[in-house]
Design a protein around this ligand. Structure first.
Ligand SMILES: [Ca+2]
Length: 103
């Protein structure tokens, strides 16, 4: 186990560096970023709609579930449903439309 520690440390440092390049910080979640690509776009709405319509066929990551849980505002309620889809659509409109190519 001990012989893997340097490798794990390098991996963690590389992950922190990659996250800082992406403009995200470890432990922070961008509300609405259901597809976890670091940007709020219409792709997140599509991801959330697909998940709400067919959770088994379109699973989300744990972070994607947390990010997609935008209703009620601020913290969500632990449930992903049409209210979250509606709130995410409102967030996208507020952000300026969220075209998939705007990154
Ligand atoms: Ca996204």
């Amino acid at each position: 186990m001990n012989r893997h520690r340097p490798l794990i440390a390098v991996f963690l440092l590389a992950s922190l560096f990659a996250a800082s390049l992406a403009g995200a910080r470890i432990g922070e979640i961008l509300p609405g970023d259901a597809d976890q690509d670091g940007a709020l776009t219409v792709a997140d709405l599509v991801t959330l709609v697909n998940h709400v319509g067919d959770p088994a066929g379109h699973p989300l990551t744990t972070l994607g579930r947390t990010a997609g849980d935008v209703f009620p505002a601020e913290r969500g309620d632990g449930v992903l449903d049409a209210r979250d889809v509606s709130e995410l659509a409102a967030l996208l409109l507020k952000a300026g439309g969220g075209k998939a190519g705007d990154r």
